[in-house]
Each structure stands twice: as structure tokens, then as C-alpha cells.
Design a binder for this molecule. Sequence first.
Ligand code: AMP
Ligand code: ZN
Length: 491
Amino acid sequence: MKITLYNTLTKNLEEFTPIENNGVRIYSCGPTVYTYAHIGNMRAFLFADLLQRVLRRVGSYTVRWVMNITNIDDKTIRDSQPNSPAWHSALGVQTGDALQDLLALTAFYEREFVSDIAALGIEAKDFYKIPRATDFIEQMQDLLRKIVGNGYGYVADGSIYFNVSEYMKKEHYGKLFHIDMAGFKTGLRIDTDQYEREQVSDFVLWKGRKEKEPYWDFDLDGTNYPGRPGWHIECSAMEECLLGLPFDIHTGGIDLKFPHHEDEIAQSKAGYGIEPTRYWCHNEFLEVEGSKMSKSAGNFWTLRQLIEQGISAIDIRYAMLAAHYRTKYNYTSNGISAAGKARQRLQDYIYAIIVDAPYADVSGEIANDKMVLLKEEVFSALANDLHTPKALAALFSFINANTADSLSVSEKKDFVRLMVDVNAVFNCWHIGMKEDSVDAIPVEVRDLAEQRLAAKQAKNYAEADRLRSEVLAMGYKIKDTKDGYEVSLSD
Ligand code: AMP
Ligand code: ZN
């Protein structure tokens, strides 16, 4: 099925066409790992997960999805300094070596991030080979040399800046954020990673070494400029190295449009002579009482805080998917619990139906006309700019109009087949017998177990064994049963 996406660059809904036949390459700006991610951040990662799932399962594309880990920037350096109040007691004693301390702090929060996204059912198999910014310093330096060599970068006070006015002579700076640069004052420079549009000026590419901060030597035309990368250059170099340019889709929250993504376009064009991507896709904010949830505003919840309050990760996942990614989502605990009830209604319907149509018995195509139409409705909503609320509305109007008892056995089998496909995108339900469902089992594990069953049914035993080991590595075991399988904690 053809997929339509809203492209921030053109401000239009566009039919998606991949650059290479059948293979889609996506880059998502990942977390800055100086503390726990909050659920506003998670909305951005859930959106990227939804996008790649829709491309795979609705668009039938293979997908290469890269999400980076920002483990060096202003904040990670600030919080890994000796005596930083943010240095987590669990991390133990600092070594006093700025780079070692930075790597220890960020490795800790990276592990926490990976466990959070697993709990949220994000299909992170591809980017589990996590690309960390500090592992790509050489590639960043290569890009810097290109930018300076092409006349778009200059040295000032030991740092290297991007020359925006030089760039504007040939290119359109502001094309993504749709800003008019008419009043741009030349010669101003900004050193921070984040800045407002009013401050737009030459931005920093490489920050000269500061005492007690991590640094790398950087040879530029025979002179050493010890320092460390600016935030924007990290993504530009990593996406070129990991995906090649241009790649298909770049994602992030809308706050990244400017300056981060605008600067990524400028760096890429100035250095490699090519823009990073054709489709820029951004999710709207998760808000609290009308303001963006953010660490700096202090109005945030982390996933683990919500789990401690008794809210389940799967309900959070569902609540976020029930809103369209381009609308603001106002977080309230009542909203999550209402979403949880809706999710459970569909879950109960699946349980009522699956008694007559066991999961293990439903391979094959959907046959009944009304179920073919329902699938068409759900999948075309997803294909239309990932319209999850419309897809869910179609499912709910079906279950409102058809009690579980009113369906024939063949319709029940079709409904389970449909939900297997729907769940490959939503990953919010247990498609199995009620008594087999163990809420404590993470959706990620259940997903792997279901993939293993599919591999077994396809007689791909090597893959089935590999998936079983993957589940085992996550602390769970799979036991085959007459009707399929059971998953439980490994002993
Ligand atoms: P950070 O870890 O701050 O670099 O942010 C990671 C991702 O979270 C980026 O894509 C941000 O745009 C996104 N983000 C931050 N706050 C929110 C929010 N309140 N709602 C939605 N996305 C957000
Ligand atoms: Zn980025």
C-alpha cells in the first residue's frame, strides 16, 4: 500500500517514494543521555517506531532505522563534571578523567533508555547496535574539514563556526523552519547547542577545549584545534556514515526543526554538497497544562515514575498512539487511564473471540468480505500520514456493531488474523488466550515470541531458534504447547 506522509520541508502531504527500490532508510535524533528520558521524549521515539512499523507492515518495505545516542553535548558535559549535583550516586566514584566520567554517566543513562524503550514496546532491534556520538569523532572531523575547505567554516578563538552569511549567498538557510532571514546580522556567533530564532547567527561546529572538559585533537591544515563537536555536526556526520546520503526520512520532535535540523541541512550541503534527506517528519509535543513537557521546565514524568504510580507502559504506548502524531497531546493521568480502558475493551474482545479461533490456527489470508473491508479501512488510515486515531475508530466501530458472539467461527478467525496484522503496528495487545497472558511479560518479549512462532510455522527453524535465544537473553523462556506457545520468566 502507498504511504502518504506530511513533509515539514514542503508543508505538504506527499506520497512517499523510497530512493532505493524497497529499502527505506530512516534517521531519528535519539536521546541526550544525561538523565532519564521523560515521556515527552518517549512520544518522539514512539512516533519513529510507529513510522517504521507502518513502512514495514503497511508499505511492505524493508527498513533500516538508525537512532543515535547523543552522549556528548553541553548537558552531558555539565552533568559529568566533578561534584555535579546530577552525578547519580549509583555511578560511584568519579575518576577525575573528564572523558571517562562522561562515558560512565552516559553509558548508565543509555542503559536506562534502552530498558525504557523495550518496556514501551519500541521495536529497537535495528538500533540496538547503538551509535554513540563519541564513536564518530573522526567522521565529524572529516566533515568539518570539508565545510571549512569549501569556505563555509572559519576559526575564531580556537573554535570553528559555520558561516551562515556565506552559505546564504548560494543556499536557502531557513528552508525547513520557513524563516525569513532578511534581518540577519552578519558576524554574530553563538556557542550554545540550543538557541532561539531571534538569536540566529553563525553556529558552532567544533568547540575549543575548555579546562576539565573532554576533548579530542583535531588537525586542520597542519594546526591542532583540540576541542569537541557541537551537537548539530554529530547527527550530520553519523547519518552520512551510517545511512549514506541522501537517506529517505529524518524524524524528531518539532522543537528540533530549528536550529538542529536546519543546521543539519546547512552542514550537509556545505560539506558533502548534498542535503541529508527528502522527507522531514516531526511529531508535536506532549504537553502538561498547555506547556511542552521538558526537563528544563521541571514539568515532566519519567516512565519509571509513572510505572511506580501503577500506570502500565503498554497503556502509555496506547494513549500516545491513540492521538495523531501531529496533534498536541495533553498529558493527564485520567487521560492515560481512559486510554487504558479503551485498550482493554479491545483486548477483552480479542479474548472472547480467540477461544474459537486460537492464534496458532489462523495462518492464511482474511476471507470474509466485511473483514477485508475493515482491514482496508484500518490500513488505509495508517497509510494516510499514520492516522492511528482513524484506524482505531474503525476497529471500535466494528466491535460496537458486532458482539463477539455474533461472529461466525470463520469471521472470528479473520478478526484474529486482522488483529495480528494490526498489532504488528500498534503492539498494544496480547493476541492469545486470556489465561496465557502474563501482564508482566514485556510487549517486546511477546513480540519476539510471536515472530518465533511465525518463523516456526514457516519452517525457518534457525530463525526460530535465534529468536528463542533472544527471548532467553531477556530473561524469559518459551514453551511450545498444543495451541501455540507459552512465555514465562526463565528459571
Ligand atoms: P533530547 O533527549 O532532549 O535530545 O530529546 C529527544 C527527543 O524528544 C527529540 O526528538 C525531541 O524533539 C523530543 N521531545 C522533547 N520534548 C518533547 C515533548 N514534550 N513532546 C514530544 N517530543 C519531545
Ligand atoms: Zn540530531
